[in-house]
Ligand binder design. Structure first.
Ligand code: NAP
Length: 247
């Protein structure tokens, strides 16, 4: 173990919101483990930007929905990079479908990555953080986990599940000074929202009091706060970054 900075692992950090979180945490002085599932090249590009800006990090590829991979990677990561201070459970997918057309395999995939993946990672992180008696775990849920959305019932179920999970774990781990919070983004411009038509984007904008779509950095600035000691008395909370579209 050569580096002395606190270690932060961001799942799904090869693109979009996760990449912005990785860049921000590196800027804030964390040694950042950049997780990805398939896009190693993109993850490597994020690491290169971190290093160019004077930060440090490491690539950490694994599929969050595979518990054996998760356990092994967390152990190796801690062995080589020191105690895990921050976990950001950001990796996620959407497969939109009306309920009557919802395929079993799509439901399984969404729950396996968006909900169970975060649970596997949190369990592996908790083992490390309990020993250190400190840590901050941040889940990236979604506004639709709070409000619901036609055509996204499975995704909303996974994202709402994260909220109940997070509050339970906040109660279980509070006495060890491990904080657990949920961030619920609204519509943020990334590859995930690129597929929306102009008409869909206009409809969304009508429901956003601030009148514009968010950027990944709007989410990463809140995550940075929740990862820092400035939020030391905040746990079990659900905090929206949604331009006011859900209050
Ligand atoms: P994105 O651009 O589609 O990126 C998804 C990230 O998740 C990628 O880094 C991807 O890795 C990773 N990933 C997917 N499956 C994985 C798996 N099985 N194991 C490990 N990593 C996996 O998504 P985004 O828009 O940035 O969204 C990030 C998070 O914010 C998601 O949880 C999403 O539900 C939530 N969110 C987004 C919005 C929005 O408007 N964009 C709104 C609310 C909530 P690879 O590149 O290797 O595939």
């Amino acid at each position: 173990m050569t580096q002395q900075k606190p270690l932060a692992l961001v799942t799904g950090a090869s693109r979009g919101i996760g990449a912005a979180i990785a860049l921000r945490l590196a800027r804030d002085g964390f040694h950042v483990a950049i997780n990805y599932s398939t896009h190693e090249k993109k993850a490597r590009e994020i690491l290169e930007v971190i290093v160019q800006n004077g930060g440090t990090g490491v690539l950490c590829g694994f599929d969050v929905s595979k518990p054996d991979q998760v356990d092994e990677k967390f152990e190796t990561l801690a062995k080589n990079n020191g105690t895990l201070a921050v976990l950001v459970n950001n990796a996620g997918i959407t497969i939109d479908s009306l309920l009557l057309r919802l395929k079993n395999e799509d439901l399984d995939q969404i729950l396996s990555i968006d909900l169970k993946g975060s649970i596997y990672c949190t369990r592996a992180a908790a083992k490390l953080m309990i020993k250190a008696r400190q840590g901050s775990i941040i889940h990236i849920s979604s506004v639709v986990g709070e409000s619901g959305n036609a055509g996204q019932s499975a995704y909303a179920a996974a994202k709402a599940g994260l909220i109940g999970f997070s509050k339970s774990i906040a109660k279980e781990l509070g006495s060890r000074q491990i904080r657990v919070n949920v961030v619920t983004p609204g519509f943020i411009t990334t590859e995930m929202t690129e597929t929306l038509t102009d008409a869909q984007k206009e409809a969304i904008l009508r429901s956003v009091p601030l009148g514009f779509l968010g950027a990944p950095e709007d989410v990463s600035s809140l995550v940075a706060f929740l990862a820092s000691p400035a939020s030391r008395y905040i746990t079990g909370q659900v905090i929206g970054v949604n331009g006011g579209m859900y209050m």
